[in-house]
Design a protein around this ligand. Structure first.
Ligand code: GLU
Length: 513
């Protein structure tokens, strides 16, 4: 069997977490079996479909790392891949079903349909289309036509049959056809409905497996019956459980951001989001929740998707993001955080090109301290400006010790006098100096220079504390506050090392007395 799976979004809004998960599972199932993954745009709802939504969906898919073999922009042998461009195909199949008696014309107005539904309900029966035009004669049809009515096309549902949909995720799903409507296949305006167009296209595009949300389970049954009416083999269906919010109900916008592009804009690592979304209903193996797309493909099966709804857990998502951030080589991490730092004005754009080592060092200091790129600008801004905003904790640390002003003056004098040349190219223009944070044994990494290393800085500061008769643990608080404007962040000597001599002196003296 040729394995072909599709993702078939309607361009009526952005790509959501649930849609992304469906796309990922279809993609992974196709890749796992050496098959084809295609994208089909279900845009028959002309009022709600927009070009902007389509762009957001394509961007969202690309951002999480999905590529499609056939579809918009990729082309392919089974196009067009927009349903709005396939209307002639639906019309041909509709005629075929009409000729075979598997579909019939219904002239009922929406009001009449509603009236019939209400009447059934009042009799205690299932409220649905009351099948009033199921058996119209040609003459009756002609009368309606003459009266100017336009027919919709309805599926002639078997009235009394037990049918079984073999579902890859849910097992056998048994339904009695009495529960199912004579559903509309083509509206009076000639537009096909979802269930009809979907089957025509899945057949034409030779789709072998349909993996989608469980809200489509009953559609699966209707579609299966339509395949039968067309004497065609249905694809294998897999209806995947809902994604749940913290309350146990379907994940909604109130529970979490659901638009994929919002995560991009907040600076989530796309591989991490791909990874986390994949775990919502599928497990890599018992003890691992971090895995690459390639690793997923090696193991993925539709049957392996869980039966219970998966809970969206923001904390877990952040933890996975953090693991990706920590595993990213520093130069790559710099490349990824750059747009966020520049947009926030936290790092001058020129610094990335003029002082790459300083930027790399600064980013390295936060690699363990952020989960997403978007968290970095606010944390890192102090490195690049002497114009610090003191947060409350830092301001308190400056006031806490009576001698703080004198201490800061003494530290500045000592750093100035000590033979610890500047560590990075600041305003003195020594742009060629390489500067990497010292390795953990305190020795400078290859090519690093001045403020020779953090161990020297520590030694000088400890010695000074002794001389001042101050506790070292006390001294560090006002120093950190003066240098960074906060009481959090990297180790104090990493801070000094990053800033280099001139900036350290300026900032210490700004609070010295
Ligand atoms: N356009 C449908 C949706 O977005 C596709 C469902 C399907 O995969 O058949 O829900």
């Amino acid at each position: 069997m040729t394995v072909r799976l599709r993702f078939a979004p309607s361009p009526t809004g952005p790509l959501h977490i649930g849609g992304a998960r469906t796309a990922i599972y279809n993609w992974a199932a196709a890749r796992a079996q050496g098959g084809t993954f295609l994208l089909r745009i279900e845009d028959t709802d002309r009022e709600r479909s927009t070009a902007a939504s389509l762009q957001m969906i394509l961007e969202g898919l690309r951002w999480v790392g999905l590529r499609w073999d056939e579809g918009p922009e990729a082309g392919g042998e089974h196009g067009p891949y927009f349903q709005s461009e396939r209307l002639d195909r639906y019309a041909a199949t509709a005629q075929q079903l009409l000729d075979a008696g598997a579909a019939y014309r219904c002239y009922a107005t929406p009001e009449e349909v509603e009236e019939g539904r209400r009447a059934l309900q009042e009799r205690g029966e299932r409220p649905m289309y009351d099948r009033r035009h199921r058996d119209l004669t040609d003459a009756q049809c002609a009368e309606f036509e003459a009266a100017g009515r336009r027919a919709s096309l309805r599926f002639r549902m078997p009235l009394d049959e037990r049918v079984v949909l073999p579902d890859l995720c849910k097992g056998d799903v048994e339904v009695h056809t009495a529960e199912l409507d004579d559903w509309v296949m083509v509206r009076a305006d000639g537009m096909p409905t979802y269930n009809f167009a979907c089957v025509v296209d899945d057949l034409a595009m030779q789709i072998s497996h349909v993996v989608r949300g469980e809200e489509h389970l009953m559609n699966g049954v209707k579609q299966m019956l339509l395949y039968r009416a067309l004497s065609a083999e249905p694809p294998r269906f897999g209806h995947i459980p809902l994604i749940l919010g913290p309350s146990g109900k379907k994940l909604s916008k109130r529970d979490a951001q659901t638009n994929i592009l919002d995560y991009r804009d907040r600076g989530f690592p796309p591989e991490a989001l791909f990874n986390y979304i994949s775990t919502l209903g599928w497990g890599f193996s018992g003890d691992r929740d971090v895995f690459s797309a390639d690793e997923m493909v090696e193991r993925f099966t539709v049957e392996g998707i869980g039966k219970a709804g998966a809970k969206f857990d923001e904390q877990k998502m952040m933890a996975i993001c953090g693991q990706y951030v920590r595993a990213t080589p520093i130069d790559e991490l710099v490349r990824r955080v750059r747009p966020f730092c520049e947009a926030a004005g936290a790092v001058p754009a020129a610094a990335f090109d003029a002082h790459p080592d300083l930027v790399a060092n600064a980013v390295a200091c936060y690699q363990e301290r952020i989960d997403i790129y978007g968290e970095l600008p606010a944390k890192i801004a102090w490195v690049f400006t002497d114009d610090l905003t003191m947060d409350d904790a830092a301001a308190k640390n400056l006031r806490k010790y009576e001698a703080a002003g004198a201490w800061l003056a003494a530290v500045a004098d000592r750093l100035e006098a000590a033979d610890l040349p500047p560590s990075y190219p600041d305003d003195r223009g020594d742009a060629d100096r390489a500067c990497r944070l010292p390795s953990s044994d305190g020795s400078p990494a290859a090519g690093s220079t001045p403020f020779a290393n953090t161990a020297d800085l520590e030694q000088v500061t400890r010695q000074l504390a002794d001389e001042l008769g101050a506790k070292f643990g006390h001294l560090v608080h006002p120093i950190r506050a003066a240098l960074t404007g906060t009481n959090k962040g990297p180790g104090l000597f990493d801070v000094m090392f990053l800033l280099g001599k001139q900036r350290c002196l300026r900032r210490l003296r700004a609070h010295a007395s």
